[in-house]
Design a protein around this ligand. Sequence first.
Ligand code: F6R
Length: 243
Amino acid sequence: YENATTASKAVAKEISALIRVKQSQKQPCILGLATGSSPKGLYAELVRLHKEEGLSFKNVVSFNLDEYYPMEPDSVNSYVRFMKEQLFNHVDILPENYYVPDGLLTKEAIADYCDAYETKIEALGGIDLQILGIGGNGHIGFNESGSLQNSKTRLVALDHITRVAASGDFGGLDNTPRTAITLGVKKIMEAKRVILMAWGEGKSNIIKTSTEGGVTSLVPASYLQEHNNATFILDKAAASKLT
Ligand code: F6R
């Protein structure tokens, strides 16, 4: 796409069409959602479609990919807060229908919580459409380099490069969380449709590596080469190194 705005509108169009198909079938629409800068334009367009074109989110159930750990839900850097500000507070999704991993759990409670997160997704029939961004190291969700293709939802240590990228939001590296809870690669790969979005020159090297390089755990986004319905939606700058 020429730019991130037109690209984001195209993704919003696909999501709204899916939500409407599911509505006509009286089915819930299960969305996997990401945070970060990449999906902001998408969420703005979904809000516009709700306000101006009557798109309802009443049949949407969403599962966010990740949350820093530990994290207070109302902290400025919390992903629950991000989602409320960017999307949930501006559309008619039911509060009981969106899930963001809980950053307040005790360490002992995390494993069972992560299993239950996956069980809930499975009980709803799996993720219909998963939105992803990509980290400079090729992470998807917070599945950092070395994450296995069958990895489960779990507590992970964040890569140094991920922490450096986030450190501006936290007022320096020392204040940046070292761990996060992330949906595992397995559930991402089980999604019926996957859309990864990336904008800007800064993403161009990792886009080339993850799509034209080999499939490797060092670059978890490369696993998507083996997904049968995954698309990378890019602006010109992010696509500029592709052959
Ligand atoms: C966020 C997430 C991360 C981001 C990635 C890119 O929920 O799972 O994988 O998608 O770090 O972040 P941005 O979009 O800020 O470049």
